[in-house]
Design a protein around this ligand. Structure first.
Ligand code: S3P
Length: 193
């Protein structure tokens, strides 16, 4: 049973006039949380990596391998810009998307942005379940993730809302996030911490 009442969900739907975009590190839980928010609010969900793969006709790892990271980032920028034209919807981005300044600018200015943050052990465990993330393939994943955290957290901090994702019940995280979204939208879209 959901702890978030229909009134909160109804308010969010009424006040939301822009895409909800999830940012954050690999393995933090952007896609999982994004899907749940989309389902709860009755909005379409898209993962930008899936769109890039579909447009390119190959997987992210193969794009990195054959064409390099900057080619991928350019495709990512175009795909995300296109997704942001859809009005109220939910988009999960790849962990490095906001490190491209134009992509970041579009997300910060046109969307309700949510940073999904997780502890290092959670990210290590979750990213270890798949081996298709090119940035983690050459070296110790924990060390690489640690370096990316240093570089990226100051950028992720610009998101409108931050939500901590852990291995506890998904429902509790979802409810906490919906409450934060409600507060943000009812507060005239000002960050409240
Ligand atoms: C990347 C994260 C990946 C994917 C690509 C690069 C990154 O997405 O876009 O492998 O730079 O952090 P997820 O964050 O969904 O794993």
């Amino acid at each position: 049973m959901s702890l978030v009442d229909d009134e909160i969900i109804g308010d969010i739907r009424r006040l939301l006039d822009r895409p909800v975009v999830f940012v954050g590190m690999m393995g933090a839980g952007k896609t999982r949380t994004g899907r749940q928010v989309a389902k709860t609010l009755g909005l379409p969900f898209t993962d930008s990596d899936d769109e890039i793969e579909e447009a390119a006709g190959m997987g992210v790892a193969e794009i990195f391998d054959r064409f390099g990271e900057s080619y991928f980032r350019d495709g990512e920028r175009r795909v995300i810009n296109r997704l942001l034209e859809r009005g109220a919807c939910v988009v999960a981005t790849g962990g490095g998307a906001v490190m491209t300044p134009e992509t970041a600018e579009a997300i910060w200015s046109q969307t309700l942005s949510i940073w999904v943050r997780a502890e290092m052990d959670v990210m290590v465990e979750r990213t270890g379940r798949r081996d298709d993330r090119p940035l983690l393939q050459n070296g110790d994943p924990e060390k690489i993730l640690g370096e990316l955290v240093q570089e990226r957290y100051p950028v992720y901090e610009k998101a409108d809302i931050v939500i901590d994702s852990h291995n506890g019940p998904a429902e509790a995280i979802l409810n906490q996030l919906l409450e934060k979204m409600h507060k943000f939208l009812c507060n005239g879209q000002r960050k409240t911490g």
